[in-house]
Design a protein around this ligand. Structure first.
Ligand SMILES: NC(=O)C1=CN([C@@H]2O[C@H](COP(=O)(O)OP(=O)(O)OC[C@H]3O[C@@H](n4cnc5c(N)ncnc54)[C@H](O)[C@@H]3O)[C@@H](O)[C@H]2O)C=CC1
Ligand SMILES: O=C([O-])CC(=O)C(=O)O
Length: 341
C-alpha cells in the first residue's frame, strides 16, 4: 500500500511540489523534525517518516550519532531530503521551519520501573527541547512521545506559555500506541479483522490512566465482561509487557515507531487540509475536569480542530474513568510544578 502510494507520486520538474497521480492536486512541502532520532524509537520512526510521501524535509536530531542515521536513511529513494543534526549547537537548525516536531528523546523504562520513575531525567530533557521549539519553530505541531506523557505534555505547555507561544491546538501527547494495542488485542480476542477495528482509548498514558472504551469498539464482537476486563488490563499493561520481555534492554520501540508515524501522518493530513482525520491524543481538554485528557481529536489545518467527547460509557468504563482521575491529576500537577520551579 505504502509502496504504491509513493510510486504514484511524481516530482514536478519546476518546483518542489508533487502532483498526485493524474490529478493536479498539489502536495505542499512539509518539514518534520525528529528529536531523539538516533534512539530505539527515533531510528525506525525516522525510517517510517522517510517513507511518508507527505514529508519533503526530514530533520534528524540527537545529542549524538545522528550523522550515521541520517546518511543511512538519506539513501532511500523517496521524496524527502534528509538532514542530520548532532548536539545542542545544531538544534536550532534542526527545528527551523518545522511543521511537525516529534519528540522521542529521553530514557526508557527498565523492569520494575513505572513511567513516572523516568520523570527526573526526562522532564529536564523535554523542557530544554521545548524551549528551543518555542524559539525556532513556535508554529509547529508538537508530538510528545517522551514519558511520562501525563507529565511531559503539561511541562511543554508551561514552557510554551512562559515563552508566549503556547497554542493548545498544537500540542499533542502521543497515545496512539494504546489505540494500536487495543485494536490488536480486541481483534485477536473477538476474532474480527484487525484492519477494520476501531477502539477509542481515553484518559492518559500510564497504567490505569489508559482507558480503552471497548463498549464503543467496532466491528462488534461478542465478548464477556471477564474478557473485556482482561483486554482492558492487557491494554493498560501493554508497555510493561514489552519492558519485561526486553528484560532491561528498553521498552517498546518498533510498535511505538509505527504508532508515532501513524499519528504524525494524521497531523500532516490535517495540516494539508483533510477534514476527516480523527485520532486519540492527550491534549488540553474540557472533556472532564482535568486540564489535559486523551480523547478522540479531529485534526485540521491548525492542529486540533475539535476535541470530541467521550460518548456513552459502560458502567465498567465509568468506574475506570473515576479511578484514573486522581493519578492523572497528580501527574499533570507534577509536570506544571516542575516547569514553574
Ligand atoms: N508515548 C508512548 O507511547 C511511548 C513512549 N516511550 C518513551 O519514549 C522515550 C524514548 O524511548 P527509546 O527510544 O526507547 O529510548 P532510547 O534510549 O533508545 O532513545 C532515546 C534517545 O534520546 C536521545 N536523547 C537524550 N537526551 C536528548 C536530548 N536532550 N535531545 C535529543 N535527544 C536526546 C538519546 O541520545 C537517545 O538516542 C522514553 O521516554 C520512553 O519511555 C516509549 C514507548 C512508547
Ligand atoms: O511502557 C513504557 O515504558 C513505554 C511506553 O510508554 C509504552 O510502551 O506504552
Amino acid at each position: 500500500m505504502m509502496w504504491r502510494s509513493i510510486k504514484s507520486l511524481t516530482t514536478s520538474s519546476s518546483s518542489h511540489i508533487l502532483r498526485r497521480g493524474y490529478a493536479s492536486e498539489a502536495v505542499p512541502d512539509r518539514k518534520v523534525a525528529v528529536l531523539g532520532a538516533a534512539g530505539g524509537i527515533g531510528q525506525p520512526l525516522a525510517l517510517l517518516m522517510k517513507l511518508n510521501p507527505l514529508v519533503s524535509s526530514l530533520a534528524l536530531y540527537d545529542i549524538a550519532n545522528t550523522p550515521g542515521v541520517a546518511a543511512d536513511i538519506s539513501h532511500i529513494n523517496t521524496r524527502s531530503e534528509v538532514y542530520g543534526y548532532s548536539g545542542e549547537a545544531e538544534l536550532g537548525k534542526a527545528l527551523e521551519g518545522a511543521d511537525v516536531v516529534i519528540i522521542p528523546a529521553g530514557v526508557p523504562r527498565k523492569p520494575g520501573m513505572t513511567r513516572d520513575d523516568l520523570f527526573n531525567i526526562n522532564a529536564g530533557i523535554v523542557k530544554g527541547l521545548c524551549e528551543a521549539i518555542a524559539k525556532h519553530c513556535p508554529q509547529a505541531l508538537v508530538n510528545m512521545i517522551s514519558n511520562p506523557v501525563n507529565s511531559t505534555v503539561p511541562i511543554a505547555a508551561e514552557i510554551f506559555k512562559k515563552a508566549g507561544t503556547y497554542d493548545p491546538k498544537r500540542l499533542f501527547g502521543v497515545t496512539t500506541l494504546d489505540v494500536v494495542r487495543a485494536k490488536t488485542f480486541y481483534a485477536g480476542k473477538g476474532k474480527v479483522p484487525v484492519a477494520e477495528v476501531n477502539v477509542p482509548v481515553v484518559g492518559g498514558h500510564a497504567g490505569i490512566t489508559i482507558l480503552p472504551l471497548f463498549s464503543q469498539a467496532t466491528p462488534k464482537a461478542n465478548l464477556s465482561d471477564a474478557e473485556i476486563t482482561a483486554l482492558t488490563k492487557r491494554t493498560q499493561d501493554g508497555g510493561t509487557e514489552v519492558v519485561e520481555a526486553k528484560a532491561g534492554k528498553g521498552s517498546a520501540t518498533l510498535s511505538m515507531a509505527y504508532a508515532g508515524a501513524v499519528f504524525a501522518d494524521a497531523c500532516l493530513k490535517g495540516l494539508n487540509g483533510a477534514s476527516d482525520v480523527v485520532e486519540c491524543s492527550f491534549v488540553q481538554s474540557t472533556v472532564t475536569e482535568l486540564p489535559f485528557f486523551a480523547s478522540k481529536v479531529r485534526l485540521g489545518k491548525n492542529g486540533v480542530e475539535e476535541v470530541l467527547g467521550l460518548g456513552p460509557l459502560s458502567d465498567y468504563e465509568k468506574e475506570g474513568l473515576e479511578k484514573l482521575k486522581p493519578e492523572l491529576q497528580s501527574s499533570i500537577e507534577k509536570g506544571i510544578k516542575f516547569a514553574n520551579q
